[in-house]
Design a protein around this ligand. Structure first.
Ligand SMILES: [Zn+2]
Length: 317
């Protein structure tokens, strides 16, 4: 018995010295959606200990000037798994990373791209600078060991915008239009590849998954959806949910946001409490989305109190 336990202890000690490998947590398979254009499609559910936070879409474009990466996922190990998968597709080096917005699941893989310029909108870089570490700790609580070695790397390049809130950058024969918006978060960057018509919409667009609204400004978000629709895209990569070859996810996201605000406004007029609103059943169309009713309840918690106060204070009595 004693020999067995000593052997067991040796095994434990040996395991503890073996560094975690990205492949232990993430099996990332690039999905080719257009010429030179690939997506790692995430799970539809919320982050948990089983999916290790891989519930987000990230992607990359292979060009004659190198590889452009869009979002780096939830952890250092996820970012490393991305680089390994990219290397299976092309020998080209990664030359730039764009971060669509400052939510933990989209930028915490930056550790794996520390040798590459990482670009984002100013509001995104500022949020990662001030709140990134706190977001990393919060995600650690939700997905655990897959987060080891992850820290918040602040983007080192601010996207240089024209007066129209857009920029155009060429990588080989891929002309990318960078479209600065806000609404899902204070800085939402969308990237349209004019060569392929692929729009990387970040979390301006969700598909078959309830939109996450904690930092949302719904009016601004609806405006961003209009900008996405006006971009002339042919294929849309939502922040979460399947890639689409039409504009259905834009319609779904917009319909959901309008429905949400309408329900909140009606509830505030009636004087309903947040607790009452939270447990009101959802219409079938919205109950069928992934991460429901949890995401709806989160929206009540984050958005309703301010609306309730504003409605109460606008009453003449
Ligand atoms: Zn997201």
């Amino acid at each position: 018995m004693r020999r067995v336990s000593v052997l067991g202890l040796c095994c434990v000690l040996l395991l503890a010295t073996i560094p975690a490998l990205a492949g232990d947590y993430y099996a990332l398979t690039p999905q080719r959606i257009a010429p030179d254009t690939y997506v790692f499609e995430g799970a539809l559910e919320a982050f948990d200990f089983d999916n290790h936070g891989a519930a987000v879409n990230t992607g990359f474009i292979v060009t004659a000037d190198g590889v452009v990466v869009i979002d780096t996922g939830p952890s250092r190990l996820y970012g490393q798994a991305m680089r390994a998968a990219i290397a299976q597709v092309t020998d080209q080096p990664v030359v730039r990373v764009y971060i669509t917005h400052a939510h933990a699941d989209h930028f915490l893989g930056n550790n794996a791209f520390a040798d590459v310029p990482i670009a984002a909108l100013e509001a995104t870089a500022a949020t990662i600078d001030t709140a990134g570490e706190q977001m990393a700790r919060h995600l650690y609580d939700r997905i655990g060991a897959a987060m080891r070695g992850t820290s918040a790397v602040v983007p080192d390049e601010i996207v240089d915008l024209g007066s129209d809130g857009q920029a155009r950058v060429d990588y080989g024969d891929h002309g990318l239009r960078l479209i600065a918006t806000a609404g899902h978060s204070p800085g939402d960057l969308m990237i349209l590849d004019e060569r392929t018509g692929v729009l990387f919409a970040g979390d301006v667009v969700f598909n078959e998954r309830a939109p996450a609204t904690p930092h949302g400004d719904i009016a601004g978000w609806l405006h961003s959806l209009d900008e996405a629709a006006a971009s002339g895209f042919r294929i849309v990569v939502p922040g979460h949910g399947p890639v689409a070859y039409d504009d259905a996810p834009l319609g779904q996201t917009g319909d959901y946001l309008r429905w949400l605000m309408h329900r909140f406004e009606q509830a505030a007029e009636r004087g309903d409490s947040a607790a009452e609103l939270m447990f009101e059943p959802l219409p079938a169309r919205w109950a069928a989305l992934a991460v429901q009713p949890a995401e709806y309840r989160r929206s009540v918690g984050y958005l309703y109190p301010a609306l309730e106060r504003a409605t109460l204070s606008s009453r003449p009595d």
